[in-house]
Design a protein around this ligand. Structure first.
Ligand SMILES: C[S@@+](CC[C@H](N)C(=O)[O-])C[C@H]1O[C@@H](n2cnc3c(N)ncnc32)[C@H](O)[C@@H]1O
Length: 261
């Protein structure tokens, strides 16, 4: 799994690569109306505190600011992505971001008041604890293995200790990604190679729909809504799909989770 982590940290390694990612990502998200669906799943958002795990260069941020959130905190393992996010939103006092592996988040750290690209030093680690109303994970779960997934969700459960708290994740739909194996294989979990945009062959952690349901349940969440977005032929992230022309298949899987009190 270390190879996967190194790659996630450096896959969009400099500002040029991040800019390419932004262009391709924006096109893909717009095709699916992703920001609209995501903010609707999290509604109401006015005055809410949001935590974004794997927020990248900040693709989702503006939609949440427009919806009136009080605070938007991003955590991402990739420095170049966080740098881009801060370039866009660094002067917006509601947005905070820092560079960190989600598997290493400590519950008290996410309330950190300052923007920084640096790892959090031990002296800084006694932040005031902060609870969140809304948690986003858009595409970032595809970069951690099942053990980390469970561990991260156990922590997120504490961070979302709010009566109307919600967590929404978006992942590549397993029916879409089963075609990354040749022959297509729905059932084998683990590393697979992905081609997306101008990136060829970077690894993701493939898992099934049952895994995406059972791991959060094990961590103490309750499933409230599931959305399966139909693939668009012109989605730049769908170029590895081996479905014959004219077939209809889901490309993105979104799930909304609440506390199982
Ligand atoms: C495909 S990008 C999605 C970014 C953003 N959420 C979006 O929708 O545009 C996946 C993000 O997850 C981040 N990521 C991958 N592994 C991570 C980890 N272990 N901890 C934190 N972030 C991680 C990557 O650096 C990358 O920015």
């Amino acid at each position: 799994m270390e190879a996967l982590k190194k790659l996630a940290a450096g896959v969009y390694g400099d500002s040029r690569e991040v800019a390419v990612y932004d262009t391709v990502n924006e096109k893909s998200n717009s095709l699916y109306d992703h920001y609209k669906i995501l903010t609707e799943m999290h509604a109401p958002l006015q005055g809410r505190l949001v935590l974004d795990i794997g927020g990248g260069s900040g693709a989702e941020v503006q939609s949440f600011l427009d919806a009136g959130v009080r605070r938007y905190v991003c955590v991402d393992i990739n420095k170049a992505m966080v740098a881009r996010l801060l370039e866009r939103f660094g002067t917006e006092r509601r947005v905070k971001a820092y560079c960190k592996d989600m598997a290493e988040i400590k519950i008290t750290e996410v309330g950190r008041p300052n923007n920084s690209l640096d790892e959090i030093s031990p002296e800084e680690s006694d932040f005031y604890p902060c609870m969140y109303d809304r948690i986003n994970l858009s595409w970032s779960l595809a970069y951690i293995d099942d053990a980390e997934f469970l561990d991260v969700f156990r922590k997120l459960k504490f961070l979302m200790h709010r009566p109307d708290g919600s967590l929404v994740f978006t992942v590549p739909h397993p029916i879409h990604d089963m075609g990354l194996a040749d022959p297509p294989d729905y059932h084998s979990r683990g590393l697979r190679l992905y081609a997306a945009g101008d990136k060829e062959g970077f690894p993701i952690f493939y898992r099934t729909i049952a895994d995406y349901v059972n791991i959060p349940i094990k961590a103490g969440f309750k499933l409230e809504q599931m959305v399966e977005l139909e693939a668009h032929a012109d989605d730049p992230f769908a170029d590895s799909v081996r479905f014959p022309d004219g077939s209809r298949y889901p490309s993105r899987l979104m799930m909304k989770w609440v506390h199982d009190w």
